[in-house]
Design a protein around this ligand. Structure first.
Ligand SMILES: CC(C)(COP(=O)(O)OP(=O)(O)OC[C@H]1O[C@@H](n2cnc3c(N)ncnc32)[C@H](O)[C@@H]1OP(=O)(O)O)[C@@H](O)C(=O)NCCC(=O)NCCS
Length: 211
């Protein structure tokens, strides 16, 4: 039974490269709602066949064609929603980890998460399900991420930072140790977050302020 990838966009292509770098076989198929999606393509790699829209996931599982999958969608709420649906159907959602990622032995990472090149997870950190720890991002010791969070490339959480569900921490943003960021908040790229952020709030700048 093959591995199913959901999402044929930029993040899906990044994960295709991750699988190759990790010495794992490519997905046997990709689902994407984009009309006429030609499949997942990366230069120099065989295309992954497009099997239809995302709604086909349940049918493919019941046919016994696929037992494991990954949701490769950048939108946090959608990635979490689909991931939870796949888990409920019975799919296995392994953590996809690039070989250059560094994960402390005492850290925990939830199902359906992806660790891209040079991501770092510190001692005692708890990464919720369906997370993206993008290229070069760092979740320092004892940080806690709710489900569906995304640490964008180069972003850094200091020790003991707590993120709620579906938080986006933008490119090269930094969060001071111990700060708490509420569900669905967005930290703009390049921000320095020095104080707690309310749920749903967008913040940006140095120091970060509500936008
Ligand atoms: C914060 C963010 C979500 C705001 O996006 P938006 O709602 O489309 O906002 P706009 O671009 O319309 O900008 C609204 C205002 O906020 C300001 N602003 C936007 N992003 C900002 C940032 N990162 N830092 C400081 N100010 C910012 C704009 O200058 C603008 O100010 P103005 O009204 O005085 O002109 C977005 O700019 C951002 O930083 N996203 C993160 C991107 C990222 O890292 N993605 C991960 C990809 S892997």
């Amino acid at each position: 039974m093959g591995f199913l990838l959901i999402g044929a966009g930029g993040h899906g292509r990044a994960l295709l490269e991750l699988l190759r770098d990790a010495g794992l076989p490519p997905p046997a198929g990709v689902l994407d709602d984009a009309a006429g999606c030609p499949g997942l393509l990366c230069r120099g790699m065989a295309p992954v066949p497009w099997l239809g829209p995302v709604a086909r996931a349940a049918e493919l599982f019941s046919q016994g064609s696929f037992a494991s999958a990954h949701v490769a969608l950048g939108r946090n709420a959608l990635r979490r929603q689909l991931g939870e649906r796949l888990l409920a159907i019975g799919y296995d959602l392994p953590v996809l980890r690039h070989p250059s990622a560094v994960v402390a032995g005492s850290a925990r990472i939830g199902p359906g998460s992806a660790l891209l090149p040079r991501a770092v997870v510190g001692a005692g950190a708890e990464i919720g399900a369906f997370a993206i720890l993008n290229t070069g991002s760092i979740a320092e010791h004892d940080s806690v991420l709710g489900p569906g969070c995304h640490l964008a490339p180069g972003s850094v959480l200091g020790g003991g930072v707590t993120l709620g569900a579906e938080v986006l921490v933008g490119i090269l943003a930094g969060v001071k140790p111990g700060v708490r960021i509420g569900d669905g908040a967005t930290v703009g790229l390049g921000a320095a977050v020095l104080a707690d952020v309310a749920p749903g709030q967008d913040v940006g700048g140095v120091p970060a302020r509500p936008l």
